[in-house]
Design a protein around this ligand. Structure first.
Ligand code: NI
Length: 223
């Protein structure tokens, strides 16, 4: 299940974010990956002690976590601090699977991976996020400000950038609902509920679908 989330960041926010990213210090991204993933990873990441990170996270994560489609699709229990990655010509990230457990000291499970696109697709060539989804590969290259959520259990890669610069924020979520199929069903119900509301369905119909959603959540959520 891939969920695209449009307009996480608007034009003004994107400009602020890009301005800060242009002033950041970058380090070799392969250092933050496990040995296997590190050997296929070729990008740069904003240094963990960069002074711009707090302001960047306020804008990027503030907007992401408020987005109703993110909330319905991820059912987040824990969301990690993002990594800001930069890919320039001849950089990419070969096929790999993300670590199942992340975080030093207080580990969390990576159920869902998020990529938020910060560069306009016209500003770079290549650099597609290619996800080995259930029915074959899906190639993802979204407008600046849009994000994609995908199961961290899917192998994926970032194709080599051949021109321009690709900036993204990536993060991981531990979901309240660990099972992908259960999350998918809950997302479907929430989207259907929204459609029924827009189509002015009866109070009774909305109450019934609310009750189904609530009781499945009670059954499946892990705290
Ligand atoms: Ni990855």
């Amino acid at each position: 299940m891939l969920i695209e989330i449009p307009h996480v960041l608007g034009r003004t926010e994107l400009e602020k974010v890009r301005k800060m990213l242009a002033a950041c210090t970058y380090v070799d991204g392969s250092a933050s990956a496990e040995p296997h993933a590190g050997s296929v990873k070729n990008n740069d990441e904003v240094a963990r002690d960069d002074a711009h990170l707090e302001a960047l996270n306020d804008i990027v994560m503030g907007n992401l976590v408020r987005h109703p489609r993110y909330r319905a699709g991820a059912l987040p229990r824990h969301v990690a601090t993002p990594i800001y990655a930069r890919y320039r010509p001849n950089q990419g990230y070969g096929t790999h699977i993300d670590n199942p457990l992340m975080g030093a000291g207080q580990p969390y499970r990576s159920d869902i991976a998020v990529t938020l696109f910060l560069s306009d697709p016209a500003d770079y060539t290549g650099g597609e996020l290619v996800i080995d989804a259930e029915f074959g590969e899906r190639s993802v290259k979204l407008d600046a400000g849009d994000a994609v959520l995908y199961p961290a259990s899917f192998t994926h890669r970032v194709d080599m950038v051949s021109a321009g610069e690709r900036l993204v924020a990536v993060t991981w979520i531990q979901s309240l609902v660990r099972d992908l199929e259960c999350r998918r069903l809950l997302f479907e119900i929430s989207q259907t509920r929204e459609l029924l509301r827009q189509e002015k369905a009866s109070r009774d119909a909305l109450d019934r679908i609310d009750a189904v959603y609530a009781n499945l959540m009670r059954r499946w959520a892990e705290l």
